[in-house]
Design a protein around this ligand. Structure first.
Ligand code: DX5
Ligand code: ZN
Length: 216
């Protein structure tokens, strides 16, 4: 499979949200990455359901929703209702992760698990077979535009080995600090999905930047 690119709406211009969504619609991007932050699990608050409804209304590509919230189980149906196709919860926020993933999949969404930079791949051993996507945080979650953590390359290789050893079909997503200097190495290491916020939306030509991120 060739890799996917998911621009992060967090870095869009919220005063011109429809314009930025159309830009992604018209581009080579594959998914919309949508970051939900609650000010508890992470030290920032992003946006909630009213904004998601606007995104749903205009977006013509799958919504890849990344929940950086505590107690995500409470809102799984609500995120389905606003059009999430991939729903990712944090390992660190789920006491009953298996149950949470089953719930997500029962609503016909892809179930993702995100892990923070300090969380080892080994904690996923007994859940990888149930997981459609693992989101490796390559920055500490909470903000766009942070510096990429280099240890992520090693984690991709370890995760790839785990996926193969369990005969799983899990996608590897990299989230945070992805740019035009590191994206090739990430793909060669085994990444399937690249999230890019700042790199896309702070560039002078976002469409062109997305095109570059799609090239290997
Ligand atoms: C960080 C978010 C990321 C963020 C990525 O907590 O999960 O998705 O938007 O932004 P960049 O690509 O700017 O690091
Ligand atoms: Zn994210």
């Amino acid at each position: 499979m060739s890799h996917l690119v998911a621009p992060s709406i967090l870095s869009a211009d919220f005063g011109n949200l429809q314009r930025d969504i159309e830009l992604i619609n018209q581009s080579e991007a594959d998914w919309f990455h949508v970051d939900i932050m609650d000010g508890v699990f992470v030290p920032n608050i992003s946006f909630g359901f009213p904004v998601l409804k606007s995104i749903q209304k205009h977006a013509k590509k799958p919504l890849d929703v990344h929940l950086m919230i505590v107690e995500p189980d409470k809102y799984i149906q609500a995120f389905k209702d606003v059009g999430a196709e991939v729903l990712t919860v944090h390992y660190e926020a789920c006491t009953h992760l298996h149950r949470t993933l089953q719930h997500i999949k029962s609503l016909n969404m892809k179930a993702g698990v995100a892990i923070n930079p300090h969380t080892p791949i080994s904690v996923l051993e007994d859940i990888i077979i149930e997981t459609d996507l693992v989101c490796l945080m390559s920055v500490n979650p909470g903000f766009g535009g942070q510096k990429f953590i280099e240890n992520t390359y090693t984690k991709i290789l370890t995760l790839k080995k785990l996926i193969q050893s369990k005969h799983a079909h899990t996608l590897i997503e990299i989230d945070g600090g992805v740019d035009l200097n590191n994206y090739q190495k990430l793909i060669h290491s085994g990444a399937d999905v690249l999230v890019a916020g700042n790199t896309v939306f702070s560039s002078t030509n976002p469409t062109q930047t997305i095109l570059k991120l799609k090239k290997v």
